[in-house]
Design a protein around this ligand. Structure first.
Ligand code: APR
Length: 237
């Protein structure tokens, strides 16, 4: 069914969450046993509060996430999505992920709602550096300011250009496919509902049930995204 919808659709948007990257080796946040937030406290580690008042733990947490990220690669699912974009099967990717795997796999004009873990920037002069600086324990800008990852922390708002692009995509899509998100974090989790309300078909592919399953025209649970995408890709050949 989904292969047919992809063929019929003129504006397909793929909306990804951390479940898109677990098959690359990156843990997600809320999976029952392995989610990061089951062992770590996001408010204590990934928030504006942590950046200000808990800097040592903040830096250690992001060094851990950056080291893990640099050991991982996009998987076949990212490659299929990039190929589908080139073939005009999908038109846009909106992601909550900060790993940059969609771009590494060849996807273009990816909307990164929650920023990126691929760079850090200076709190004082906003100069941006490659994230390897953190791995090399260099936390200071040449101006002396503190360097922080270019991700959206809890307590911060999303980049306005990302909001504009994502909300426009949700209003224009005729097919909105969620891949690997529990859909528990706002405002990102408003997008599938906006798409649905604007007339799109909504598909949710997620190992576990999500908060928005009742809105979906099709849900695919208990299957790995990589397998689902390969099966559909085969049907589209
Ligand atoms: N195939 C299918 N689904 C998967 C797979 C997989 N291989 N691996 C994990 N999942 C599902 C899990 O069942 C889970 O419901 O992906 C979902 C990931 O949900 P979360 O861990 O909540 O991640 P996400 O929805 O992206 O979180 C949103 O929360 O902490 C913030 O900023 C962070 O962007 C993140 C936001």
């Amino acid at each position: 069914m989904l292969a047919n919808w992809l063929k019929e659709s003129t504006t397909t948007v793929v909306f990804t969450g951390a479940g898109m990257s677990t098959e690359s080796g990156l843990p997600d946040f809320r999976s029952a046993k392995t989610g990061l937030w089951h062992t770590k406290n996001p408010q204590q580690l990934a928030s504006t509060y942590a950046l200000k008042h808990n800097r040592e733990e903040f830096v250690a947490f992001y060094q851990y996430r950056i080291r893990t990220l640099l050991e991982c690669q996009p998987h076949i699912g990212h490659t299929i999505l990039a190929d589908w974009q080139k073939r005009g099967i999908i038109h846009q990717i909106v992601t909550q992920n900060v790993d940059g795997f969609h771009q590494q796999a060849g996807s273009t004009n990816v909307v990164e709602l929650h920023g990126t873990l691929r760079t850090v920037y200076c709190l004082r002069c906003k100069q941006t550096y490659d994230v390897k600086r953190y791995v090399d324990e260099q936390f200071e800008c040449t101006c002396g300011g503190f360097l922080r990852p270019s991700v959206v922390l809890f307590g911060e708002s999303l980049p306005s250009f990302a909001i504009d692009q994502a909300w426009t995509a949700a209003q224009q899509a005729d097919l909105w496919i969620v891949l690997g998100s529990s859909l528990q974090v706002s405002p990102a989790n408003e997008l599938p509902v906006i798409a649905k309300r604007s007339g799109a078909k909504l598909v949710i592919v997620n190992m576990e049930p999500t908060e928005l399953d009742d809105w979906a025209d099709l849900t695919i649970h208990n299957r790995k995204i990589g397998d689902v995408l390969q099966e559909i890709d085969h049907a589209l050949r």
